[in-house]
Every structure is written in structure tokens, then in C-alpha cells.
Design a protein around this ligand. Structure first.
Ligand SMILES: Cc1cc2nc3c(=O)[nH]c(=O)nc-3n(C[C@H](O)[C@H](O)[C@H](O)COP(=O)(O)O)c2cc1C
Length: 317
């Protein structure tokens, strides 16, 4: 099973709805986190992106980031009431603003807080719970104290990204610690982190034979054909892939235009997607730079037209 990872600012409802119209092989997604905080948005606002009738694409599990059991429970139950049987708890977000407040990866070095959170929420929430975590905040073995705690609760699954919070998105994933987590855990484990090619997937699936669920983020946005290759072993010619990416891009652009007002909102949105989608092109860095310089919608469209035209021309040469 292939999971689309949550990428705040990218894998939103519109993206997840259109993705399977163009690409095969993704089975399920976790949505980018909803945050419960002091300045908690109204419940309607939080639920807005999650009504099942408007989520017609990849089946999606909502994600909540919170360190407060009461807030978490309220939101989890509201999500259940609109039709979500499972919610995911984010204890991996590494951003300093989040960590400083003891949320996201900021919880990983406090096993007692995690235990107490689960003791309070598990009996109170209506949906099933899955957890997405990193292996520690500072040290990669912090997770080894957490797995025995998780084992005491009836969790749906653990999604493990084997990096510390301090690593952010760089450095190596720690596969040895991941292996230890697998040995210790009685829960179904999902592997997440740096699956950037079919070869990498094969290497990981050989090493971790018991893993059946794989989550991919950045590289699936960069190469949306990767899940088809992994799941069905099929691959389209490059020229056809470019055509499909173009059609997907234009469809996304049209859909975002309907909900984003103001000429720079739409370009900012598309730039976030290009941060990762640029990876599909050989000269991705150059393309990203060009696109990042655009501010107005018309200018953006011109630049994108040129990018696709040049890619098609260089392909036929
Ligand atoms: C821009 C960006 C936004 C992200 N937003 C979230 C998020 O909302 N929730 C979450 O659990 N992880 C989030 N992540 C982490 C990814 O889901 C994933 O765990 C990480 O990128 C490692 O997987 P990958 O190497 O396949 O990308 C984000 C990552 C990036 C780069």
C-alpha cells in the first residue's frame, strides 16, 4: 500500500482530489495537520477541508497536531461525526515554533507526556487513532522509550519517519533504529522517508520484508508516476509523462483559481507545488528559479508555457 504523505501547503484537498485523475498507485493519504491551539479556529473552519463529499480523490485520514487532550478529543470527535473513522496524531513536526510549544516533535523527548496524552484521549475519542512520528527530537533512540508505551494502546498504526526533529529534512534516515522499532512494536508500522526511486523502494522492501505500507512525500510530488511504478511495475514514456504533468498542472491551476482571490495568491500556491514538482525536470532548479521570480498570474502562465514548450522541444531533438 502506498500512502501520500501530508505536505502542508501542497497536498491539500484540491491536490488530493485531482491526483488520482492523472496518476495511479496511491492508495491512501494523510492530510496536512489541523492545529489545535489557544487561538483555535472555529470548528467549522477546521472541518472545512474535510467533508467527505468534497474529498472525492485519494481516500484521506485527517491529521491533528495538539498537545492538549481536551482540544484533540473535541476535534477528533467532530471529524468522526462528519464521517472519519480514523484520525492521525502528529508528533513529528520539527519546526521550532511548534517544538518550543512542546507540540509535534517537541513531545518526543517526554514519554510521560505522551503516555498521559494517550491515557486521556484514547477512552474519549470516537475514531480510531494512528500516529505519525519521528524517532526523536535530538537523539535517534528517544523512540525506543515510546514504543512500549504505544504497545499498551489499541492504535491503528504507527507511521515512522526515522529522522530526528533536529535533522529537519536533511541528513540520513536511521534505518537501524527503524529496525529496532519494528522489533519492539506490536502495531502495524508504516515506513516513511526518502523513498525517492523504485530502486530505493526495492532496497527498503528487501530489508524490511514485514512492511506492507509505505508513505512517500516529496518524491511523489516530484515524480507522481512513482507509485504506479512501485505498485504495478509499469512506466510511461517520458514525453507522455510530460503531457500528463502539464494537464495535471493546468487542472490544479484552474481549481485553485476558483478558491484563491488576488493575482499573487495563485502564483504563491503554484510556487509551493513547484518546489517539489520541479524535481521532475532535468533542469528543475533553473525552472524553479524562473517560476519563483513571477508574481502575477499572467506572467506565471507565460513562464510555465515556455517551460513545457522547451521540455517538449528538447525531448524531440
Ligand atoms: C513542506 C512540507 C510540509 C509537511 N507537512 C507535514 C504535515 O502537515 N504533517 C506531517 O505529518 N508531516 C508533514 N511533513 C513531513 C512529510 O509528511 C514526510 O514525513 C517527510 O517529508 C518525509 O517523507 P519524504 O522523504 O517521503 O518526503 C511535511 C514535509 C514537508 C517537506
Amino acid at each position: 500500500m502506498i500512502y501520500l504523505a501530508p505536505l502542508q501547503g501542497v497536498t491539500d484537498r484540491i491536490y488530493r482530489n485531482l491526483f488520482p485523475v492523472y496518476f495511479k498507485g496511491v492508495d491512501i493519504a494523510i492530510a496536512p495537520f489541523l492545529s489545535t491551539s489557544k487561538k483555535m479556529k472555529s470548528m467549522n473552519n477546521l472541518l472545512r477541508e474535510h467533508y467527505p463529499d468534497q474529498n472525492t480523490g485519494i481516500p484521506t485520514i485527517p491529521q491533528i497536531m495538539s498537545s492538549q487532550p481536551e482540544d484533540f478529543t473535541r476535534l477528533a470527535n467532530a471529524l468522526y461525526d462528519i464521517g472519519h473513522g480514523t484520525v492521525n496524531w502528529n508528533i513529528g513536526c520539527p519546526f521550532s515554533m511548534v517544538v518550543k510549544k512542546g507540540r509535534g516533535a517537541g513531545m518526543l523527548c517526554y514519554p510521560d507526556r505522551i503516555e498521559s496524552f494517550l491515557e486521556k484521549t484514547m477512552p474519549a475519542i470516537k475514531p480510531k487513532l494512528s500516529i505519525k512520528l519521528r524517532i526523536g527530537l535530538k537523539y535517534p533512540d528517544e523512540v525506543l522509550q515510546l514504543i512500549p508505551i504505544f504497545n499498551r494502546f489499541p492504535l491503528e498504526e504507527l507511521i515512522i519517519h526515522p529522522r530526528t526533529g533536529e535533522q529537519m529534512y536533511g541528513g540520513e534516515v536511521d534505518l537501524d533504529i527503524f529496525a529496532q522499532c519494528l522489533n519492539l512494536s506490536k502495531h502495524t508500522v508504516v515506513y516513511n522517508g526518502d523513498i525517492d526511486s523504485f530502486e530505493k523502494f526495492e532496497m527498503l522492501s528487501k530489508r524490511f520484508g514485514s512492511i506492507k505500507r509505505w508513505m512517500i512525500g516529496r518524491s511523489l510530488i516530484g515524480n507522481p508516476f512513482l507509485a504506479e511504478k512501485i505498485n504495478f511495475h509499469t512506466e510511461k514514456p517520458y514525453a507522455e509523462k510530460i503531457k500528463i504533468i502539464r494537464a495535471f498542472h493546468d487542472h490544479l491551476f484552474d481549481e485553485y483559481l476558483k478558491v484563491l482571490s488576488g493575482p499573487s495568491h495563485i502564483t504563491n500556491k503554484m510556487k509551493e507545488i513547484w518546489t517539489f514538482m520541479g524535481g521532475f525536470f532535468e533542469n528543475g532548479d533553473k525552472i524553479r528559479k524562473k517560476i519563483n521570480k513571477t508574481h502575477h498570474r499572467d506572467n506565471y502562465i507565460d513562464v510555465v508555457n515556455k517551460v513545457f514548450l522547451e521540455t517538449q522541444v528538447s525531448e524531440t531533438q
